[in-house]
Ligand binder design. Structure first.
Ligand SMILES: NC(=O)c1ccc[n+]([C@@H]2O[C@H](COP(=O)([O-])OP(=O)(O)OC[C@H]3O[C@@H](n4cnc5c(N)ncnc54)[C@H](OP(=O)(O)O)[C@@H]3O)[C@@H](O)[C@H]2O)c1
Length: 340
């Protein structure tokens, strides 16, 4: 029992807690152990000593069991598991994600804060004109009418803010988070998002020297951005609907309660929401060509490659085809269809 305390100190998000109830002849013991739900665990014998009276009963049962085994050749019915074994074991595995910060409040704070910092940087008077390429367009010397079309800036502001407003709404209305945010995510994400948001707004200001790229490039970028937005949102709704999937009686549900997502891009990759997020920021980069957007795209790409790998491996571990579980589709990739 003392080991439980030791393990508890080492609990991390995603660890599994296993309650084992051992029902013996004269004792019921509940153990709390950390376990990998994909492995069977040897729980040993009950730790409470048997009383003399129950020792006799246990010996008597063992004796009876031996007699039954010797008479196994007779046409008598086989003893039930309960009769044959004096110990019944019931194992209940539940996912522990109880450590960390609330995902709804932290995520919504990141996203709202990003919109606010982006809008402030986009319009507040008095911001200095930083040297190129810290702010401004990396495709320089545009002297067409489009280069100075101010409405293009307004559209970019709407697209960028719209992404984070949509994500805020999804946090409240679509996602049903079970996990918690780590301290690193809770403190690191605002710095990351808010700084990038502020710098994005600053970079795109026509009054501080930003000029639009070429119209076709701008339009392709905006269209790509919108495709990414729609795809990302649809994938989030698909994930949300998995929360309603009932056990189909043909397969064991994993202890996490998660299901294999199916349909649309999920048939090709484990994390299409991440794929579309990358499409979104690729589009925004194509439309703007700022250093800020290039770096944000690169950071997003690296982050989501790491995240998708993690999710993909988790799906493969949870749905390994063993112990009555489903087998995760073999040919499904993590992030990029047919490639990665
Ligand atoms: N730009 C960036 O660098 C960046 C980085 C990360 C995320 N994002 C954005 O944030 C979005 C969400 O990211 P995330 O990392 O939170 O995604 P996620 O881990 O896949 O989770 C999204 C939601 O879906 C649930 N979910 C995932 N798989 C499920 C399954 N098999 N069955 C049932 N529910 C499942 C999750 O539940 P649980 O709470 O149980 O996990 C969570 O509520 C991304 O799509 C992307 O748009 C952007």
């Amino acid at each position: 029992m003392s080991r439980v305390t030791t393990y508890r100190d080492n609990l991390r998000n995603g660890d599994d807690l296993c309650t084992v109830t051992v029902v013996g002849e004269n004792s019921i013991i509940s153990l709390l152990i950390i376990t990998d739900p994909n492995q069977t665990c040897d729980i040993g014998r009950p730790t409470q000593p048997l009383s003399h009276e129950n020792k006799d009963r246990a010996e008597h049962r063992m004796h009876s069991k031996k007699k039954r085994e010797m008479a196994a050749s007779s046409p008598k019915p086989q003893p039930s598991v309960q009769e044959a074994d004096p110990i019944q074991v019931r194992v209940v595995v539940q996912r522990i994600d109880a450590f960390g910060f609330n995902a709804v409040s932290t995520n919504s704070t990141f996203y709202i804060g990003t919109v606010v910092s982006f809008i402030i940087a986009s319009f507040v008077p008095g911001l200095p004109r930083l040297p190129f390429p810290v702010i401004g367009c990396m495709i320089n010397d545009i002297s067409t009418w489009f280069g100075h079309w101010d409405s293009a800036h307004v559209i970019l502001v709407v697209l960028y803010s719209g992404h984070f407003v949509r994500r805020t709404l999804e946090v409240f209305l679509v996602h049903r988070y079970k996990r918690k945010m780590t301290l690193g995510e809770t403190l690191g994400a605002p710095v990351y998002y808010w700084c990038f948001g502020f710098w994005a707004g600053w970079s795109l200001r026509p009054d501080l020297g930003y000029t639009n790229t070429y119209l076709p490039l701008y339009l392709i970028g905006c269209a790509t951005f919108l495709v990414g937005e729609v795809g990302n949102c649809v994938a989030h709704i698909q994930l949300r609907l998995l929360r309603h999937v009932k056990e189909d009686n043909t397969h064991e549900a994993p202890p996490s309660g998660r299901a294999i997502p199916r349909g649309l891009l999920f048939s090709l990759v484990s994390c299409p929401h991440y794929t579309f997020e990358i499409v979104t920021w690729t589009g925004f980069f194509l439309a703007t060509w700022t250093l800020n957007c290039a770096l944000f795209l690169a950071a997003t790409l690296i982050t989501l490659v790491v995240y998708s790998r993690k999710h993909h491996h988790r799906y493969k571990e949870e749905f390994n085809g063993r112990d009555g579980r489903e087998l995760y589709p073999e040919n499904r990739k993590a992030l990029i269809p047919f490639l990665f």
